[in-house]
Design a protein around this ligand. Structure first.
Ligand code: CMP
Length: 157
């Protein structure tokens, strides 16, 4: 177990459906620390880079159109094993296959309009955080409830 940072993107469908507060609250309540947060409008260059592994797939252009259809919220979350913990909260890609209780399971029934993106490994998390945030846009602080979120050994003794 180790302290990790991961990136999420709250997608245009969540913004249009007034789900921002609900989604951010789920990560806060889990005990994750919000280390960076901003609203941005995605453009082609950034999307081509972010989704380069999907280039050539039939849904690539419609995915880009969807992601440009409204602003998105990008957030860096920190915590113990944060990358996997966040992926469990988000659920698998297709909303109609996601378990109830996960964000996609509760709010999406689509393979594309799936509410939120989350980094899938430590390598991707590092690259995605750099892609969307400058170092001075990330903030280190201790949550006031830190002692109650982690056990003694997890807090470093
Ligand atoms: P995400 O896993 O965050 O990143 C890739 C995105 O591509 C995925 O979420 C969906 O929004 C989208 N996507 C993946 N598969 C499909 C598909 N078959 N059809 C349309 N969009 C898809």
């Amino acid at each position: 177990m180790r302290e990790e940072k991961t990136l999420i993107i709250i997608k245009p469908d969540a913004l249009q459906r007034n789900l921002l507060g609900e989604i951010i609250a789920r990560f806060e309540r889990k005990g994750l620390r919000i280390t960076g947060l901003k609203m941005i409008k995605l453009e082609d260059a950034l999307l081509d880079e972010h989704y380069c592994h999907h280039k050539g797939k039939p849904f690539f252009e419609s995915l880009k159109k969807f992601m440009k259809s409204a602003p998105v919220i990008v957030i860096v979350l920190s915590g113990l094993n944060a990358i996997n913990a966040v992926r469990l909260i988000v659920g698998p890609t297709k909303g109609y296959e996601a378990d109830a209780g996960s964000i996609r399971g509760d709010f999406s029934i689509s393979g594309q309009a799936n509410i939120v993106h989350a980094s899938d490994s430590s390598e991707t998390a590092e690259a995605e955080i750099k892609r969307f945030f400058k170092p001075d846009e990330l903030f280190e602080y201790k949550r006031a409830d830190f002692e109650f979120i982690y056990g003694e050994e997890e807090r470093g003794g």
